[in-house]
Design a protein around this ligand. Structure first.
Ligand SMILES: Cc1ncc(COP(=O)(O)O)c(C=O)c1O
Length: 429
């Protein structure tokens, strides 16, 4: 990446100015979409020189569309500047956030290695560790995300990588990333974080000491729920390994999609602040509701790692969960048969969750998050926790969008009322 890209500028200014170096022969505020598989050369000597530069992973060198175009390279520049936040890093693009996760892990791990993964990690990350990585002979241990420096006790001679996700994107535990990275660094263990929740701008993971920040650009960077992309941003020292994996696996992203992500980036600070304000208002409102046992959102003073969040983050995005009061779903005392039939409680839960989530005016049912719109989805995490099984009540995840918060609150109030009615009709509530 270019030497010091003017990091002294304010975040909002950098968002407006990062990744603007495109085609030198045409001046416009946005870099154009350069669609290319083939890249042309004047001479064979030029192809050899470019090929050697690509093999060495030299910045902005290209021989082919999968390596880079002016549009994808502009986004890579922006990633280094925004996510790297003044640290010497390199960035590569992937077709999705999950592809970024799997490529980052494959870049470093080999048969016989041991991997530590936060128990709160994104579900498909676990599926990859338990599936393909296990098949390749990599052993995974899931650790309690709040373990902090206690992670030392889980290290083995063959531990090569610690995977973090902070906060966890379903249950929102905030990790003591600097403490974990300090221990890893002493032992030469690589640390990687899924920083999607807080990126761009609300966390500076390289200041915490991580070796790689892995992002689903699908979320806030794109910001409009119309593009799929991922990125791996690594310290310079890790770049040769990452670049080798990217080239061998053929990972790349299209210029059209890179253009959309760059376009989303320009307005992201304004969006993130609005997501945060809306989410905080909704989180506080939910906390006061009788149906809700707990709201899982690090910006709330009641969050168990609120102090850690204040220490390490400069904001909170629009993604949060709330746990419904388990008592609402318990069988009534006079329902003798309910005790004999464990299926009854989960039936009630299913009916109640459908009433809460379906037919909302503003919260649509959908996976994903980070777009402009509000979404709701039950978070079924029972089978996703192994370090410490999930014992809380039914969990509902919200992505709080950019709509007027009064409309969103009214929608949730109607949903909770509908849930109560459904529970009453099924014999409880
Ligand atoms: C925390 C987190 N990381 C990564 C991803 C994967 O991103 P993508 O959907 O682009 O594969 C997701 C998707 O929901 C996510 O929530």
């Amino acid at each position: 990446m270019p030497e010091d890209p003017g990091f002294g500028r304010a975040f909002a200014t950098r968002l407006a100015e990062a990744g603007r170096e495109g085609d030198a022969s045409f001046a416009a505020p946005s870099v154009g979409v350069h669609r290319a598989s083939t890249v042309l050369f004047d001479t064979l000597a030029a192809t050899d020189a470019a090929g050697a530069a690509v093999a060495a992973g030299r910045w902005r060198a290209t021989t082919y569309g999968t390596v880079g175009t002016p549009t994808t390279m502009a986004l890579m520049d922006a990633l280094c500047e925004i996510e790297g936040a003044g640290c010497a890093v390199r960035a590569s693009l992937m077709p999705s956030g999950l592809a970024a996760i799997t490529t980052a892990l494959l870049a470093v791990l080999a048969p016989g290695d041991h991997l530590l993964v936060a128990d709160s990690s994104y579900g498909p990350t676990r599926v990859f560790c338990d599936g393909m990585l296990a098949r390749l002979g990599v052993a995974t241990t899931y650790y309690e995300p709040t373990i902090g420096a206690g992670i030392e006790a889980l290290l083995r001679p063959e531990t090569k990588l610690i995977w973090l996700e902070s906060p966890g994107s379903y249950t929102f535990e905030v990790q003591d990333v600097p403490a974990i990275c300090a221990i890893a660094r002493e032992r030469g263990i690589v640390t990687m974080i899924d920083n999607t929740w807080a990126s761009p701008g609300f966390a500076r993971p390289f200041d915490w000491g991580v070796d790689a920040s892995v992002l689903a650009l699908t979320k806030y960077w794109g910001g409009h729920s119309d593009v799929l992309m991922g990125a791996v941003v690594v310290r310079e020292a890790l770049w040769p390994k990452l670049w080798a994996a990217v080239r061998q696996l053929g990972q790349c992203a299209s210029s059209d999609d890179a253009y959309l992500v760059l376009r989303g980036l320009r307005s992201v600070e304004v969006r993130m602040r609005r997501h945060e304000a809306n989410a905080l208002e909704i989180a506080r409102w939910l906390e006061a509701r009788a149906e809700v046992a707990k709201v899982l959102y690090p910006a709330l003073a009641s969050h168990p790692q609120h102090a850690l969040w204040r220490r390490d983050f400069s904001g909170a995005s629009g993604l949060l969960s709330f746990e419904l009061d388990r008592a609402l779903f318990a069988p009534a005392h006079d329902e003798v048969h309910a005790h004999d039939d464990p299926g009854r409680a989960s039936d009630r839960e299913r009916i109640a969750l459908a009433a809460l989530c379906e037919r909302r005016r503003h919260f649509a049912i959908g996976y994903s998050w980070g777009g402009f719109e509000s979404l709701v989805m039950p978070a079924r995490i029972d089978r996703m926790r192994t370090a410490r099984p999930w014992t809380g009540g039914p969990l509902v995840r919200l992505h709080v969008g950019l709509e007027d918060p009064a409309d969103l609150l009214a929608d949730l109030a109607e949903g909770l009322e509908a849930m109560r009615r459904a529970l009453a009709a099924s014999g409880r509530g």
